[in-house]
Design a protein around this ligand. Structure first.
Ligand SMILES: Nc1nc2c(ncn2[C@@H]2O[C@H](COP(=O)(O)OP(=O)(O)OP(=O)(O)O)[C@@H](O)[C@H]2O)c(=O)[nH]1
Ligand SMILES: [Mg+2]
Length: 407
């Protein structure tokens, strides 16, 4: 076994160097980018360092064939380290089996000619380290990744993006036939991350009738505050006719909370004490552009509370149902809330309290599995300032910046 490193400006050239020196059967063990040394490297250009290996003790006909077909399917000579490790590990498995067969045959012939102890040790060691490396890459610890990829990986994982999603962003780039610069890797990662985040634009009025927009979610996530922010923007900034209906008769202070705001902002407001009240109130406000319906925060683990909400929503028959989730909740809690509120058919998600969240990855983790578009993000208690329509590129940048700022 011969292992050697090759450095070149592109991955392709490095691979060619490796093949020239180690032959066609050489296998790529690892790739990484290394900075170009010298004072002229003002732009921080990188070049590629690859580690290649060739085993000159065994016959390679079969291995070469496998390498060839793997290259074809990879669409080029620059295989990913993962694919290369997979191959190498498979090859070792086969060669060891062959060696063992040989030993058995030899033993049967009463000839004690086992694989030399030194060789056996070397094979065992190599197999162990290849397996470790392979596991590290696929289990996503990221340590074995080339530097630029590792940086992206760490940024994502430190924002609590799952290892699986992080690897799904990185692996297609590593498997691509061309090599990418650090900037390209960063830009592509931001874009891939953004592509995973479904968003929907700001709520717009309908032409012929009032648009009914309801807010649901667990207790204290910011439903009423979000309605105050949006109704202030819609009525004071966008000059729409807005009305508020509070269906939160559960907490005594809840009606006061919205009423106080409605009075200050000169917005019409009324209270639906029962589902039956809803049609009358909707009729009363039928001249408005938008009617916001506030609901009581409900414990998602109490089916009775959810059933009451279902009745109120059925009576309101809203065009949009925004499920408000606190960005500070754990992924497990978010998933639980999604599951239990699904009977209310939310068609928008609002992530609130971004200002209090220490990582933003759960936003992505959640929507990847539940592709309901995000409508708004809220980031503070100030009415109406602390709200923004969701923008997937901005969320992706926020995740990377949040992470990279700490690095
Ligand atoms: N830091 C922070 N606080 C927020 C945000 N949105 C709302 N809050 C605060 O969270 C608390 C609860 O807000 P509410 O709007 O009453 O929450 P709710 O979902 O209507 O609560 P219930 O009706 O009781 O279920 C208040 O103190 C809000 O000021 C936000 O984006 N960031
Ligand atoms: Mg409320």
């Amino acid at each position: 076994m011969k292992i050697k490193k090759f450095v070149a400006p592109t991955l392709k050239e490095a691979t060619e160097k490796m093949k020239k020196e180690l032959g066609e059967n050489a296998i790529l063990l690892n790739t990484r980018t290394v900075p170009v040394s010298g004072v002229f490297n003002v732009k921080g250009r990188a070049q590629y360092e690859i580690t290649g290996a060739v085993d000159d003790e065994f016959t390679h006909a079969a291995a070469a064939k496998r390498t060839e077909s793997a290259r074809e399917s990879a669409g080029g000579p620059e295989e990913s380290p993962l694919a290369a490790l997979q191959q190498l590990s498979e090859r070792f498995g086969q060669e060891r089996a062959a060696a063992r067969d040989q030993r058995i045959t030899a033993a049967a012939a009463a000839e004690h000619a086992p694989l030399s102890a030194a060789w056996q040790n070397e094979l065992d060691d190599l197999k162990r380290s290849f397996n470790d490396l392979r596991e590290e890459i696929s289990a996503g610890k990221g340590q074995a990744l080339p530097a630029s990829y590792k940086k992206v990986y760490s940024a994502l994982v430190s924002q609590e993006i799952t290892e699986k999603i992080a690897m799904n962003i990185i692996l297609p780039m590593m498997n691509a036939s061309q090599g990418f610069s650090a900037t390209q890797i960063y830009d592509r990662s931001v874009k891939s991350l953004a592509d995973l985040i479904p968003v929907v634009g700001e709520s717009k009025p309908l032409r012929k009738r009032s648009k009914i927009i309801a807010f649901v979610g667990p207790t204290g996530v910011g439903k009423t505050t979000t309605i105050a922010k949006l109704s202030a923007i819609f009525s004071l900034v966008k000059k729409m006719k807005v009305a508020l209906i509070s269906a939160d008769t559960f907490r005594i202070a809840a009606i006061d909370q919205l009423q106080t705001f409605a009075t200050i902002a000169s917005i019409d407001m009324d209270v639906a004490y029962k589902p039956k009240d809803m049609p009358l109130l909707l009729k009363k406000f039928s001249g408005k552009d938008v009617i916001f319906v506030d609901t009581a925060g409900r414990n998602q683990r109490n089916p009775k509370e959810i059933a009451q909400l279902e009745k109120i929503l059925a009576a309101a028959n809203p065009d949009e149902v925004h499920l408000v989730l606190s960005a500070t909740a754990s992924l497990r809690t978010m998933r639980d809330v999604m599951k239990r509120f699904s009977s209310l058919s939310p068609n928008r998600i609002i992530f609130s309290k971004l200002d209090e969240a220490s990582a933003y990855g759960n936003i992505v983790n959640l929507v990847v599995d539940h592709p309901i578009p995000i409508s708004y993000l809220t980031m503070g208690q100030q009415v109406p300032d602390d709200i923004q329509p969701a923008d997937n590129a901005a969320i992706a940048h926020m995740i990377f910046n949040g992470a990279l700022a700490d690095a």
